[in-house]
Design a protein. Structure first.
Length: 371
């Protein structure tokens, strides 16, 4: 019995040894990490100039008073005084225009930019100031109207007295005219009283100041336009609800208009990485954007973004990073790249009184917003 088992055991042991050897042979080494090569500013520009676009935002301000909408174009940020009220059609024919920068994050033409590029409503404090200015204007109208009414009522009563006490020196007015004059004065008094009640209840009404976007238009790199209305229309599809994260996502209204356009996506590999390391102090960063909007971007050869460079000048905090990249109004929403050409920030604000210190939304917040 044992003699018969011995060859079987030898076969089993041999097979086990052979299998273990086979397993050892198929074990592969982990691939070596790809070594990133630093890019020059010129290389980053050439790689991403088609990823950056100029955004035109046409809009007007809107004030809603007790459910009724009124439109206006400008307001004084110090006093809250507004320009004249307009109908929507009048406002649409001559809107305000502001400029910003955006960049592609996928081949479908999805853009990332700043929230304040698309949401230009007055701040809460400015809104209160505007409403206070509106109330003051209504009060001025009321006092002027009341004085005018009292003057006309006095004239009417004098004519009425003369009609009934004609002594040969006054002038008479036909009775029908006197009745009509009385009716006009009564109607004016009713309107004046209604305005007074309106002012008295103004604070309790659902009044608010917002903005109304007419259109978002996108211009592409090297695009030659006969007019500044020759753009691809976009819409805002996602706005960050975090007040510290100034980001917005946009998509084309009609994706078919992107056919034939050159779309290059920014390198999001650092954004997508599982472990995002903070940027180091003095690390070189490069920004591509439309500084000063169309004023600089629109050249005889078409729309052209600009490259500006600097260094990280403050250790990254949870929301933003500070760098020494020069910027002007219009560069809001510009992508900021590291030395390897990876997206590391979205430019959103500058330090007051200087063009050389600017803030960008940092990597982790971009990742959270997109995902």
């Amino acid at each position: 019995m044992k003699k018969h088992l011995f060859p079987v055991l030898i076969v089993i042991i041999s097979l086990t040894f052979f299998t273990s050897c086979q397993k050892k042979e198929v074990v592969k080494k982990a691939p070596e990490p790809i070594k990133l090569l630093p890019l020059s500013g010129e290389q980053i520009f050439n790689k991403y100039q088609d990823a950056v676009v100029l955004i035109k935002h046409s809009f007007v301000y809107k004030i809603t008073i007790d459910g009724e909408d009124f439109f206006f174009k400008d307001y004084d940020k110090r006093t809250g005084e507004i320009s004249e009220f307009l109908s929507y059609e009048e406002a649409k024919a001559d809107p305000n225009v502001t400029w910003g920068t955006g960049f592609f994050i996928d081949p479908q033409g999805t853009l990332l930019t700043n929230r304040h590029v698309v949401d230009v409503r007055p701040s809460d404090e400015e809104g209160k100031l505007i409403l206070s200015g509106i109330k003051y204007r209504l009060e001025s109208m009321y006092y002027a109207g009341a004085e005018d009414y009292r003057s006309k009522r006095s004239d009417y009563e004098r004519l009425q007295y003369n009609n009934y006490n004609y002594d040969g020196y006054g002038s008479t007015v036909p009775e029908a005219d006197m009745i009509r004059m009385g009716q006009i004065l009564d109607e004016a008094e009713d309107r004046l009283n209604a305005l007074g009640d309106y002012i008295e209840n103004f604070e309790m009404m659902k009044n608010r100041v917002t903005k109304t976007s007419i259109q978002f238009g996108v211009f592409f790199n090297n695009q030659k336009s006969e007019s500044l209305n020759d753009y691809v229309q976009y819409k805002s599809v996602k706005i960050s609800e975090n007040p510290e994260v100034d980001l917005t996502m946009m998509k084309p209204v009609n994706p078919g208009e992107l056919i034939g356009r050159k779309i290059v996506s920014a390198d999001m590999s650092k954004i997508d990485s599982i472990q995002i390391k903070p940027l180091k102090i003095t690390e070189k960063v490069t920004m591509l954007g439309y500084n000063h909007g169309v004023a600089i971007g629109n050249t005889t050869s078409g729309m052209k973004p600009q490259l500006t460079e600097g260094n990280i000048s403050q250790v990254t905090d949870e929301n933003k990073v500070l760098y020494t990249i020069p910027a002007l109004p219009g560069s809001s929403g510009s992508p900021v790249f590291d030395k390897f050409g990876r997206l590391v920030a979205v430019n959103f604000a500058g330090r007051t009184g200087t063009q050389s210190f600017n803030y960008g939304i940092q990597t982790q917040q971009i990742a959270r917003f997109i995902k």
